[in-house]
Design a protein around this ligand. Structure first.
Ligand code: NAG
Ligand code: NAG
Length: 272
């Protein structure tokens, strides 16, 4: 009995360490694959079918969709051309950096039917457009004068470095120490000591956005919960349940626009 109790205690402890409630993550070291079930390792069990991140085996994509064929230069330019000339993002964000980052996330935009792929890609770029003002911003507006985004609940696991701030950076405005830590570990940079990498290296900025998406959002859209559920995952506390209707609606309009450009119905459950 004592033995069983101890095993239960240890596994609860491990569960707490591996997945803080704010973000389920694999956070594997570079070179390791994140398995379908969220564990780090190598070989077919980790890098084979269902592999979420890392050097996943280039198995034939589930639905044969080429994300690059959907995210054309014309589509990308249609977003960034709406940012003012003086926007910092204009000389930074590129389609080729998105495609480079995509290489690390082979399951992005490839789940379900070809239409499901288009909806996931439309959703991703709708949030990117909203979060960055059509790819205008690299860093959160007034980020340096804001709170340091150091969530003390996770400092044992993801200690905040002195003088560093974990405000929004990149296409999905990665924020908080509990995201910078595992994102950096997964992508291959020191997210806690060098969070600015997300704003300085464009390939890393898109990898950080796709990392966040695959950890937090991919599963809700691919399981048919609708665009509204993706809003809840990204900024639900401020926009869902009537808290930020205008912001929610802005995201929905971008999503509908991109679905239209891709020739796919947006589906239902758009609000949250
Ligand atoms: C980004 O990725 C592309 C394609 O892999 C590569 O050619 C380029 O050098 C990378 N840029 C940086 C800044 O690492
Ligand atoms: C952001 O900074 C600008 C100029 O520095 C200032 O005018 C504005 O009030 C600031 N906004 C917020 C929300 O702090």
């Amino acid at each position: 009995m004592a033995g069983t109790g101890m095993i239960l205690f240890i596994s609860l402890l491990l569960a707490g360490i591996i997945s803080p409630s704010a973000s389920q993550n694999c956070g594997c070291s570079p070179g390791l694959c994140c398995s379908e079930y969220g564990y780090c390792g190598t070989g077919n069990d980790y890098c084979g079918p269902g592999c979420q991140q890392g050097p996943c085996q280039a198995s034939p994509p589930a639905n044969g969709v080429s994300v690059a064929d959907i995210v054309t230069q014309q589509f990308f330019d249609g977003i960034i051309s709406q940012a003012d000339g003086g926007c910092p993002g204009k000389g930074f964000y590129t389609r080729s950096a998105f495609l480079d980052a995509l290489g690390s996330y082979p399951s992005f935009g490839r789940a379900g039917t070809a239409d499901d792929s288009k909806r996931e890609i439309a959703a991703f770029f709708a949030h990117v457009t909203h979060e960055t003002g059509h790819l205008c911003f690299i860093e959160e507006k007034n980020g340096t004068s804001q709170d340091d985004y150091c969530d003390k609940r996770y400092t044992q696991q993801y200690p905040c470095a002195p003088g560093k701030k974990y405000y929004g950076r990149g296409p999905l405005q990665l924020s908080w120490n509990y995201n910078y830590g595992p994102a950096g570990r997964s992508i291959g940079f020191d997210g806690l000591n060098n969070p600015e990498t997300v704003a300085n290296d464009v390939n890393t900025s898109f990898k950080a956005a796709l990392w966040f998406w695959m950890e937090n959002v991919h599963s809700v859209i691919t399981s048919g919960q609708g665009f509204g559920a993706t809003i809840r995952r990204i900024n639900g506390a401020y926009e869902c349940d009537g808290k930020g209707v205008d912001l929610m609606n802005a995201r929905i309009r971008y999503y509908q626009d991109y679905c239209k450009q891709f020739g796919v119905a947006p589906g239902d459950k758009l609000t949250c």
